[in-house]
Design a protein around this ligand. Structure first.
Ligand SMILES: NC(=O)c1ccc[n+]([C@@H]2O[C@H](COP(=O)([O-])OP(=O)(O)OC[C@H]3O[C@@H](n4cnc5c(N)ncnc54)[C@H](O)[C@@H]3O)[C@@H](O)[C@H]2O)c1
Length: 438
């Protein structure tokens, strides 16, 4: 028994990271880890690999790396698996995504070619713009879940994995509202047998993961694990879950800037955000039903950070518009424009323009790595159900029922680090200002 902190099982043996979707984000992530393992790249953007954590008083000068502080899986012990509706292996898919230079992808030909996707659970009605042949068939959704459970068990055995984690990095599904069939495990299972339309493929993966005792992180804005039935199932099976929607690009900027404006009591009249994006994700999001899922996820952040109910004269009724336009020439290099109309002393108006020429998958890949490693840590530390401390990584963080999500990136980081301190029995650091400098 440990005296202070939480007992955490060691990260012995191999960790299998199973990716749902082997597109731009997943291949950029896998290629990155392979390049890091070969010593030809550094893990920029990854808190688990490069981040430090301040412990005790500032005068103690204790700031170990996160990965030396908590027992995380070593990158050399990680193996990859994936499902996709296309048969392309990770090498072909990385070239197709066009995120990484051909030279880099070619330097990793062997590693990437060996990652071949398993047959996916997919239905066109949930993702309108793409069609593929590498898809499972079954008489109902429960049978499809059973096939995924078999895939998971087979992968674990064949690769000799000690533990597994699943990350959803597949296309955004159409917007679904939570309904009574998502309320209880019984209703959910019945709906799977009944082939109910309200059970999306992502939910079938989540169900299979949890039934297999495997943590599940949702990188897209789909409901997926954010329903009572799945949350309950995760708790009953002792499995950590988290989501939704990787926080990259424009929303990352928003949650960096908005807390700063609020800290200076600068008012907001409106925030107009638009994007041009030319990858497959952009194509999927060009469909209104798929975009609606994304829009919901992107819109919520400002309300929560700015708290118009607490500061009505500063933030009541500000206008917030988010657009995504599919524009093929840009590929994965998204361009985001923000026009922010603010006001200050005596109501004088000012404008801020942000033009972020970002690379979506480059921003998302380190988040996949951190989430996989932290979800594995959570499971070894006996944490189960919704992992709110990982809100740092999401646009629409999943919370326990009845709680509001925290969107302020600085508070999110503080929560994350304090959770790590708690796990190791160190004093929590609650003075936010100090966090900026550790
Ligand atoms: N890149 C970012 O910055 C970012 C940020 C937040 C969220 N996301 C989300 O991450 C997801 C992946 O983004 P991407 O740029 O890699 O997209 P992508 O289109 O390149 O890749 C998605 C892959 O998922 C596959 N797929 C679709 N449905 C599937 C299913 N049911 N089972 C298995 N595979 C399936 C597709 O065939 C495709 O290969 C999207 O939902 C996107 O909205 C990305």
């Amino acid at each position: 028994m440990v005296e202070k902190g939480v007992e955490i099982a060691e990260a012995n043996g191999k960790l299998g990271i199973l990716l749902v979707g082997l597109g731009a984000v997943s291949t950029t992530f896998v290629a990155g880890v392979e390049a890091i393992r070969k010593g030809i790249a550094e893990p920029f953007g990854s808190l688990t690999q490069m981040g430090t954590i301040r412990l005790g008083k500032r005068t103690e000068n204790r700031s170990p790396k996160v990965k030396d502080f908590v027992p995380l899986a070593d990158l050399n012990d990680v193996v990859f698996g994936a499902w996709d509706i296309f048969t392309d292996n990770a090498y072909e898919s990385a070239l197709n995504a066009g995120v990484l230079d051909k030279d880099l992808v070619n330097a990793l030909t062997e590693e990437l070619s060996s990652l071949k996707p398993m047959k996916a659970v997919f239905e066109q009605k949930y993702v309108k713009r793409i069609t593929g042949e590498n898809v499972k068939t079954g008489k109902n959704k429960m049978e499809l879940a059973e096939q995924l459970i078999e895939d998971i068990a087979k992968f674990k055995e064949e690769k000799g994995c000690d533990r597994l984690v699943i990350v959803w990095a597949a296309s955004t599904e159409i917007f679904l509202e939570p309904s009574e069939i998502h309320e209880t495990v019984e209703a959910f299972e019945k709906a799977m047998y009944d082939n109910d339309d309200r059970i999306a493929p992502s939910m079938i993966y989540a169900y299979a993961a949890i039934k297999s005792g495997v943590p599940f992180a949702n990188g897209a804005p789909n409901l997926t694990v954010d329903i009572p039935a799945i949350t309950k199932l995760a708790e009953d099976h002792g499995v950590p879950i988290c989501g939704k929607d990787f926080k990259t690009g424009q929303t990352l900027m928003k949650t960096i800037l908005a807390p700063g404006l609020k800290s200076r009591l600068l008012g907001l009249e409106g925030w107009y955000s638009t994007n041009i994006l030319g990858n497959r994700d952009g194509e999927v999001l060009d469909d209104p039903e798929n975009f609606k899922t994304k829009e919901e996820s992107k819109l919520s952040v400002l309300e929560h950070i700015l708290q118009p109910d607490v500061y009505p004269s500063l933030y009541d009724g500000f206008s917030h518009v988010v657009r995504i336009n599919y524009y093929p020439p840009r590929g994965d290099n998204k361009e985001g424009w923000d026009n922010i109309d603010i006001f200050g002393w005596l109501g004088y108006k000012m404008q801020i323009k942000v033009n972020f020429l970002c690379r979506d998958s480059i921003l998302a890949a380190p988040l996949v790595l951190d989430l996989a490693l932290f979800m594995d840590l959570a499971q070894r530390a006996g944490m189960k159900g919704v992992q709110e401390w990982l809100s740092f990584y999401f646009k629409a963080p999943q919370t326990a029922p009845g709680l509001y999500p925290e969107h302020d990136i600085f508070i999110q980081l503080m929560k994350l680090k304090n959770t790590l301190r708690h796990l190791k029995g160190e004093d929590l650091i609650t003075h936010l200002g100090l966090e900026y400098y550790d």
